[in-house]
Write a protein of this length. Structure first.
Length: 324
């Protein structure tokens, strides 16, 4: 299928439009890199939601639970590995971060198995019930998280070597945001490879189109769909770790706050589209940084304004997937 270049052109046009408004190329490049890093973190979180809807046709409004679980698990792991996280050794710092990310993904994935079995499986194909029951699941999950970790804000400090900035000429780049960009690009590459270049990806996509035929060939689509849901939950957990580290603090409402942003991203990109999710996340990240610099009071409404503008242009999003 031919790639539509117009959304990518919109992304480039946004960056070029911001160049004269920011006052200097150095400021513009700093804001752009920060916006791209933020967009890729949002993509990591939203990719799980996109995966679940695009391949399973499930509207999971409880996605925020997995984000919060990833972030809170990271606070526990990094506290336990404080000697590594505060060490002057870059290797020790990265090992602590890797352990936090792995644990956050594992906990989110484990809870995802239960969430899919108890709440989602009975309402496959029923969007209204999916919305209601998964929202209820998120409320219950938030209360359980509050009971486990408490209602207070928990600091989530970056490992020592990932704090601060480095300079590219006159351009300041935050160390952790640069690492986040690499993680986001790695997640994108893995998703595209698995969905388009592997037998599992082929079976999942075939199961979406004609479940009965794939099952008649001897494959258990339900197990594949459970795997998709668990993978989406794990990606949310990873994104929660990254988001909590950027915010440098975690509370029980972190998942609910990010959830709204995620739905803006996937609506902009086109429900179920991985490429659309990426472009939508980058647009949201860039607009938030540019508007936050140029008109801070308008930053709170920038994402809603962006979504309205995109939907007026393309009501089904930038890269719509077929009718559902």
């Amino acid at each position: 299928m031919k790639l539509d270049p117009k959304p990518l052109a919109l992304l480039a046009a946004l960056m070029l439009l911001a160049l004269p408004l920011t006052g200097s190329p150095t400021t513009w490049l700093t804001l752009t890199l920060a916006g791209v890093a933020m967009g890729l973190i949002i993509f990591v979180i939203a990719s799980g939601l996109t995966l679940v809807f695009g391949l399973m046709d499930v509207l999971n409004f409880g996605h925020g639970v997995f984000i919060a679980l990833g972030a809170f698990t990271a606070t526990t792991v990094l506290a336990a590995l404080a000697p590594w996280a505060t060490s002057a050794s870059v290797a020790a710092n990265l090992a602590a971060l890797a352990a936090a990310c792995t644990a956050g993904m594992a906990v989110a994935a484990a809870v995802g198995v239960v969430f899919e079995r108890v709440l989602v499986r009975p309402v496959y194909g029923q969007h209204l019930k999916q919305i209601l029951i998964t929202m209820g699941g998120m409320i219950i999950g938030e209360e359980l998280i509050r009971a486990a970790w408490g209602p207070a804000l928990i600091p989530l400090e970056l490992p020592e070597s990932l704090r601060g900035i480095f300079l590219l000429g006159d351009v300041a780049v935050e160390k952790f945001r640069a690492l986040s960009m690499l993680i986001g690009l790695a997640v994108l590459a893995v998703l595209l490879f698995v969905l388009n270049r592997t037998k599992i990806g082929l079976l999942i996509r075939a199961g979406v189109q004609d479940r009965e035929m794939v099952e008649a060939l001897g494959y258990r689509i339900r197990r594949l769909f459970v795997g998709v849901f668990v993978a989406g939950s794990a990606l949310a957990g990873l994104g929660g770790v990254l988001w909590g580290l950027v915010q440098q603090g975690v509370d029980s409402q972190i998942g609910a706050r990010v959830n709204l942003l995620l739905f803006i991203v996937i609506i902009i990109g086109g429900l179920g589209s991985t490429l659309g999710c990426l472009v939508g996340a980058l647009l949201v990240g860039l607009v938030a940084n540019y508007v936050g610099f140029l008109a801070p009071k308008a930053a709170l409404f920038s994402n809603i304004g962006l979504m309205v503008a995109i939907l007026l242009w393309r009501p089904q999003g930038l890269y719509p997937v077929g009718a559902r």
